[in-house]
Design a protein around this ligand. Structure first.
Ligand SMILES: Cc1ncc(COP(=O)(O)O)c(C=O)c1O
Length: 374
């Protein structure tokens, strides 16, 4: 049987990974400055993560959400403590798209409305409502286009106000720092205006922190740079360091009822353990502060590279914009320099999404190898 051929592949087969080092089937090593698309938050095969998961696997891997699972309670307590989001409830699922799908559905239940406001260049996943709120017609099939989504440009206060005044929207969904779109971020003033208008019009504000959450931008969540409080916060990627886990934090103003949301796999024992292990390492190794510190070091080095037109992003969700497209450069970086980097919808942006425990030496290596190809 052939694999359904939807992914263009690099010709590399990693078989082992530790920290930021990947080893392929020929014994060649590569440095991972991409984290499998911002997923690897605490480094590959972190010993605490491996021990925790092994222990849990020997104990019990899975049971459905029809029994008590104290690991879910433990995870919600730890999340509250580390994120500082104190007035929220936790619902667990398995991926970023699923988190946003549940967030949008909940907003629709809560308000009785169906319209969504999303932003230009957004990416929220590939499922029904999540992909409809994604500003990319190519990945929206006719079935997805049935959703009512209005797109507005970041920082366009007037257009946003006109839209939200129509009173047909259940939710506004935003990425505090856009990921796939190319690291664009509006002003705090804009976000505060959006939050205020959502409150006035009883529209649910959803922060999609699937990529930017779990410390990646130098705060636990990226919206925390802007002084806003969303009603729902969606999470995934860095949450499990590679184990599939997602979730939403739901403000206490939104009340649950039995059967309103549900999932077979979401919040299972292995997923909760993976996420607890990630949070324990983030806390013990002070990784959020490290992300902020490494941002400063990276930006300082980037400014000295003459070919770099612009440095974008925050924490360890960073990008270098060049005059030309970076597709070929990324290939050369993998095959000649053995470093993995990321791309985005902005074809001139080379993205840097490493584990949050990288060091200044790792950043030095990145720039050395990058310069070899410029
Ligand atoms: C901001 C954002 N939201 C949602 C998603 C979708 O997540 P997943 O691929 O886990 O469904 C992504 C994935 O890149 C993302 O960057």
């Amino acid at each position: 049987m052939k694999l359904f051929d939807v992914y263009p592949l690099y010709n590399v087969t990693p078989v082992k990974a530790e920290g930021i080092t990947l080893t392929d089937d020929k014994g060649e090593t590569y440095l991972d400055f991409y984290g499998g698309h911002a997923v690897i938050s605490i480094g590959h095969s972190h010993p605490h993560y491996v021990d925790r998961l092994k222990e849990q696997l020997e104990q019990m891997a899975f049971y459905s959400n029809s029994i008590k699972n104290p690991l879910q309670e433990e995870l919600s307590q730890k999340l509250e403590a580390l994120s500082g989001c104190v007035d929220y409830q936790l619902f667990l699922c398995n991926s970023g798209a699923e988190a946003n799908e549940n967030a949008l559905k909940l907003a629709s239940f809560h308000t009785g409305k169906a319209g969504v406001i999303a932003f230009r260049n957004s990416f929220h996943g590939r499922t029904s409502a999540a992909v409809a709120a994604t500003d990319n017609p190519k990945i929206n099939a006719p079935i997805n286009r049935q959703h009512q989504v209005d797109f507005v440009a970041l920082n366009d206060l007037t257009a946003f106000e006109q839209l939200i005044s129509r009173s047909n929207h259940c939710a506004v969904i935003l990425e505090a720092l856009q990921g796939v779109g190319g690291l664009d971020e509006p002003t705090s003033e804009f976000y505060q205006f959006v939050a205020k208008k959502c409150r006035e019009h009883n529209v649910v504000l959803i922060a999609d922190e699937v990529q930017s959450g779990f410390g990646r931008t130098g705060k636990f969540f990226a919206f925390q740079h802007h002084g806003i409080q969303p009603d729902i916060i969606s999470m995934a990627k860095g949450m499990g360091n590679g184990f599939p886990v997602g979730g939403i934090l739901i403000h206490n103003d939104l009340q649950p009822s039995f059967g309103m949301l549900g999932t077979t796999f979401g919040g299972n024992h292995m997923a909760c353990t993976a996420s607890l292990a990630v949070l324990e390492v983030i806390e013990k190794e002070n990784l959020i502060a490290n992300a902020a510190k490494m941002e400063a070091y990276f930006k300082e080095k980037a400014e000295k590279v003459p070919q770099v037109q612009k440095v974008k992003g925050r924490g360890l969700m960073l990008g270098l914009e060049f005059e030309d497209e970076v597709g070929e450069l990324r290939k050369r970086l993998i095959y000649n320099q053995h470093i993995f980097t990321g791309g985005s919808a902005n074809k001139k942006l080379l993205r840097f999404l490493p584990a949050l425990n990288i060091t200044s030496n790792d950043i030095d290596l990145f720039f050395e190898r990058l310069k070899n190809e410029l």
